[in-house]
Write a new protein. Structure first.
Lengths: 903, 165
């Protein structure tokens, strides 16, 4: 786009054409006060605060040439009235005056007008101290109001907009930022205006009110104290807060957060700008779901089981017990009798040391997650074919094609929904393919709905169409299993494949061609796609490799896995088949489900759980933990698994420790310590280190399995950064990922509380001065070495009529909802079915229905969803009142359904 | 020599007939000036509600960082103060306080006032922290009515605008 030069208050500034005057002035270092304008939202010119004098060069109508004065300068024709700077685009030679008497008079008038209905109860208001209205009144407004307080408009003081947000209509200046955010960015148009004149007000149009996963962001961008967070209500004044940079571990996006602390207590969670990850937004889960770190039930001391009860002991005692027991079990039964599971929310440092110790002890039985029937193997494809460095979804637009296959980003990784929606809004192509409708469909440029279990045919069809349109298969030749895949493809006909997934042949060809020819091609897949078996993701990987763009910036596969650091867990080697950096092990260990059955048969004798609670939801795990000789649990709480343990070690939450996390795009980000640990809790990596030291001290020999090979010198980590250094040295791809490198703020950071900026757009977001993280170098070039196409599917012969799909929910994990305002938003357990199926079975919403599968049955209330395709039922995952493990036979289950008749 | 002696004793003699300047502290206490800045008191309104609304502007203004305010939300059925907010914790560390009176200046409701009590001594550093209970005046010692701006709880909305057609 061409540049335009204009003069603002005598300063010449050159900006791209189409820029508005507010942004142009900002580049020149001139502040034009605004309320309604926000750079992430479309300008509307509602508040009139940005009024300026604008003039353009006078043009002679006859010659179409600028009229020049005696000095040869163009004559400027000032517009007769003031213009709103936010809605006026710049033009060449434009002259803008922002400080003339006329402008000042207008701005003072607008402010006085705004204050006629504002209560000015700043001492009570939570926004006080970071309030644009306060700031602009000090800078531009009259110091006193001529309006008597009793004559001002009064509303009932705060009304609740949902459980998270309070609305104080007296304070509202009706700028509409919240309404526009919900409409334009969050795609939850639940807010609106009501009434008119003095009774004009913001209302919530949804039931339950303000039903949005991004509602907290409106409190950030509200320029007054009208929308405030119930979580921070009267907790502290904003100037008393200390801001600590933390990374969110609740989903694989890895949003940059600011923990606002006071006296070592968490007051509120705010977004920290990172253009490439979360921009200036965060979801409500990240904002309100961190209260668990201060829950009173947190473990504070190590516990050891003596005479059947867990009693508090010192760290030394507990570590001695752990080291002795591990040594004895290893001496008697060998290293393979040990097993360890680590949570996917732990940091890279924790995970790396966890697998390092277990492997030193001779065990390969290492996994993340908790097992259960719906457990899936580690997702390698999303790491090997992840987009390369310089990936920034916020810059993608026209020329980009994104395939979202079998994912529900709003629930699995909420911020990705905003990023993907943004790509479509900027002109990119967003193809949303899935078995069922999700909210992303509304933003999609094309929605692909295949029939239940038609996704394999869809992906095969895409791949076949891509090969037929001439894509080079050279990269694929080296991948084991490619020949079988190719054979299957060449045998199938495109028309048959299209028919098998309920699409037309031309749609498949069009999608494949667009994907291959786009400048940037991305594939995003989630739980639904992974649950179809690895065959589907392998086909998508093949498509990505066919395009030849995998691993370039903004090109690749993004896998939405559960857990904030699930990518990191895979790359750190917390999986039974491969060590750090996808290096395959000679001998494959047991995965979570293998550990449960091996523990019951006595092959696995000692189980170490770090931040996972399998006993709560997996019956096999409970049986295994009861059967195991020795169980050690390190966690924040006395979970169901911890209650079965022999030793429980208190771990710290994300706020009490340092660490690095790898997100779904393989961006490594550093989180800092925000507060002191609770009680004697220690970071997980320190616990592992302490156990290693204790093991090295055990005096006895190892019997026929050899002495304990753990050497104290090799476990000489003092701070988390030491572990990070070792990761940088030993894990392929992590070279250069040091704490210093992660602190660079390259692309982020022109937002928020900087000098002269508070009076600008403001909002309450934070500038990122603590590092935006680094994207790891792409592995795509070497992908063929690690990839293997197995073609495994989870489909199987079962003649039950309905396909049961687990539905991943954002608000389900009980751990993170502890003490949180989100608790009331957790849905009640139910099974969702389609209109057609409901009509066929005569089921209405609220009826109790019995689900029967090959492995059991479950009775739940029904919920009829109008937009769900027939032939499938949805079962919410992770809810305490849904015992999914009782009926699931695998990631996908065939079930039959019948209404329970109350007797 | 003698002259100086007589002069000196003369001064003594003269003061023997004047009223004494000193007082028998602590039995007798000298009244302080009206604007003397002694120990703080937290005032109340005439209806017994606390004047303090927990805004923490006093703590922000305090140059010695002597004041700690932890605000909380009023229970509308049983409010501590007018308005939505009150100070759940209000503490002043009298060892830190320099009695400058900035807190008094900053207070939007005239809740904190430096009064005339100046006898502040402690055996223990912890005892120098005056809590809200120690600082608050008794409920019957309130003065003034809450300003309309603070009548926020159970607020009646304005009647709809009347338009004379």
């Amino acid at each position: 786009m061409s540049d335009v030069t204009l003069t603002i208050d005598g300063v010449q500034v050159t900006v791209p054409a189409g820029t508005n005057i507010v942004d142009a002035a900002r580049q020149a270092g001139i502040a034009i006060p605004v309320f309604c304008y926000h750079p992430r939202l479309k300008p509307v010119g509602m508040c009139r605060m940005c009024l300026v004098e604008v003039g353009t060069p006078k043009v002679d109508p006859a010659t179409r040439q600028p009229v020049l004065d005696a000095n040869g300068q163009p004559v400027i024709a000032m517009m007769p009235k003031l213009q709103t700077a936010c809605t006026t685009p710049v033009s060449p030679g434009m002259v803008v005056k922002t400080t003339t008497e006329q402008v000042k008079f207008a701005q003072r008038g607008i402010l006085e007008f705004l204050l006629t209905s504002h209560p000015l109860d700043c001492p009570v208001c939570d926004k006080g101290g970071e309030c644009p209205l306060q700031n602009l009144t000090m800078g531009w407004g009259p110091a006193v109001s001529r309006f008597d307080y009793n004559d001002k408009v009064h509303f009932e003081k705060p009304v609740k907009l949902g459980d998270l947000i309070y609305l104080d209509r007296e304070r509202c200046i009706l700028c509409g930022r919240c309404v526009r955010f919900q409409d334009e960015i969050a795609d939850d148009p639940v807010l609106g205006f009501d009434h008119r004149g003095r009774n004009w007000m913001i209302i919530s149009k949804s039931d339950p009110p303000f039903a949005s996963k991004f509602s907290g962001n409106t409190t950030d961008i509200c320029p007054v104290g009208a929308l405030t967070s119930s979580d921070f209500r009267f907790k502290a004044r904003v100037w008393e807060l200390q801001s600590k940079p933390v990374v969110c571990t609740l989903c694989p996006v890895g949003c940059n957060l600011t923990f606002d602390m006071r006296h070592d207590r968490l007051m509120r969670v705010m977004p920290r700008e990172n253009a490439a990850v979360n921009d200036i937004w965060i979801c409500d889960k990240g904002r309100y779901g961190h209260r668990f770190i201060e829950a009173p039930e947190r473990l504070t001391t190590p516990l050891v089981r003596r005479n059947g009860t867990l009693i508090p002991v010192s760290w030394d005692e507990a570590l001695e017990v752990v080291a002795d027991q591990l040594t004895i079990i290893r001496a008697r039964h060998g290293g393979q009798a040990l097993a360890g599971l680590a949570g996917a929310h732990l940091s890279n440092e924790d995970l790396y040391l966890f697998q390092k110790l277990l492997r030193e002890l001779g065990s390969e039985n290492i996994d993340t997650g908790i097992g259960g029937p719906s457990a899936l193997s580690a997702d390698v494809i999303g790491g090997l074919l992840a987009p390369g460095p310089d990936t920034d979804l916020s810059k993608l637009g026209a020329g980009t094609v994104v395939f979202v296959v079998g994912a529900d980003p709003e629930e699995e990784a909420p911020l990705y929904m905003l990023r993907l929606r943004g790509i479509a809004q900027r002109g990119g192509k967003l193809v949303v393919a899935g078995l069922r409708p999700t909210k992303l469909d509304r933003s999609a440029t094309q929605v692909v709905r295949y029939r239940p279990e038609g996704e394999l045919a869809f992906a095969q069809g895409l791949l076949k169409a891509a090969i037929e349109s001439g894509a080079k298969t050279a990269l694929l030749e080296q991948v084991p299993g490619w020949n079988e895949m190719r054979r299957a493809l060449s045998q199938a006909k495109l028309t048959d494949l299209a028919a098998a997934c309920d699409l037309t042949e031309s749609t498949l060809i069009q999608l494949a061609r667009e994907f291959l020819s786009a400048e940037q091609s991305l594939i995003v897949y989630g739980w639904e796609a992974r649950s179809a078996g690895s065959a589907l993701t392998e086909l998508l990987a093949a498509l990505m490799l066919l395009s030849g763009k995998a691993g370039k910036a903004n090109n690749g596969i993004i896998a939405l896995l559960p857990g904030g650091n699930s990518r990191g867990a895979i790359e750190m080697g917390v999986r039974p088949d491969a060590g750090p950096g996808y290096a395959l092990r000679k001998q494959r260990g047991l995965d979570a489900n293998g550990i449960w059955s091996a523990a019951q048969s006595g092959q696995v004798r000692a189980i170490w759980l770090a931040g996972v609670d399998p006993a709560a939801s997996v019956p096999a795990a409970r049986a295994a933990l009861e059967a195991a000789e020795f169980v050690v649990v390190q966690d924040l709480f006395l979970t169901a698994s911890a209650e079965l343990a022999d030793v429980v070690l208190p771990a710290t939450s994300v706020a009490e420790r340092e660490g690095t996390y790898t997100n779904a795009e393989r961006r490594v980000q550093r989180s800092r310590q925000a507060c002191a640990p609770v009680g004697e809790a220690r970071p997980d990596w320190q616990i592992v280190t302490a156990v290693a030291h204790a093991l090295a001290m055990v005096p006895i020999g190892g019997g026929r399995h050899g002495p304990i090979p753990v050497k104290a010198e090799a476990w000489d980590y003092i701070v988390a950064g030491d572990v990070a250094d070792e990761i940088a040295k030993t894990v392929p791809g992590y070279a250069g990922i040091t704490y210093a490198a992660l602190a660079a703020t390259g692309s982020g950071g022109n937002w928020g509380r900087q000098f002269d900026d508070a009076i600008y757009y403001d909002g309450t977001s934070y500038t990122n001065s603590e590092g935006v993280g680094l994207v790891l170098p792409a592995l795509a070039a070497k992908a063929a070495l690690h990839l293997a196409f197995t073609g495994a599917t989870t489909g199987f012969a079962d003649d039950r009529p309905l396909l049961l799909l687990e539905q991943v929910l954002a608000y389900a994990d009980q751990r993170h909802l502890r003490g949180s305002k989100l608790q009331s938003l957790v849905p009640a357990g139910c099974v969702a079915l389609s209109n057609d199926d409901a009509a066929k079975l005569n089921i209405h919403s609220g009826d109790r229905v019995r689900l029967t599968s090959a492995s059991g049955e479950l009775v739940l209330p029904a919920r009829v969803l109008a937009d769900l395709p027939a032939g499938m039922v949805l079962l919410p995952a992770g809810l305490a009142d849904v015992e999914a493990a009782a009926i699931e036979t695998g990631p996908r289950t065939r079930v039959s359904l019948a209404k329970v008749v109350m007797g | 020599m003698l002259k100086e002696l007589v002069k000196g004793l003369g001064t003594t003699l003269r003061y023997m007939f004047k009223r004494p300047v000193t007082v028998q502290y602590p039995e007798v206490k000298r009244p302080v000036r009206e604007r003397f800045r002694g120990r703080h008191e937290l005032k109340r309104f005439a209806n017994g509600q606390e004047r303090c609304i927990g805004c923490a502007l006093c703590a922000a203004a305090c140059p010695a960082d002597a004041i700690l305010v932890v605000p909380a939300e009023n229970d509308p059925a049983n409010p501590h103060s007018p308005g939505e907010r009150y100070a759940a914790v209000y503490e002043i560390n009298m060892l830190r306080c320099i009695f400058c009176g900035y807190c008094e200046d900053a207070c939007p409701t005239n809740a904190i006032v430096l009064e005339h009590q100046y006898e502040l001594s402690f055996y223990d550093r912890r005892a120098s922290i005056y809590t809200k209970e120690m600082l608050l005046v008794p409920p019957d010692k309130g003065h003034g009515d809450p300003p309309p701006i603070l009548q926020q709880i159970n607020r009646q909305p304005s009647p709809p605008a009347k338009i004379d057609l």
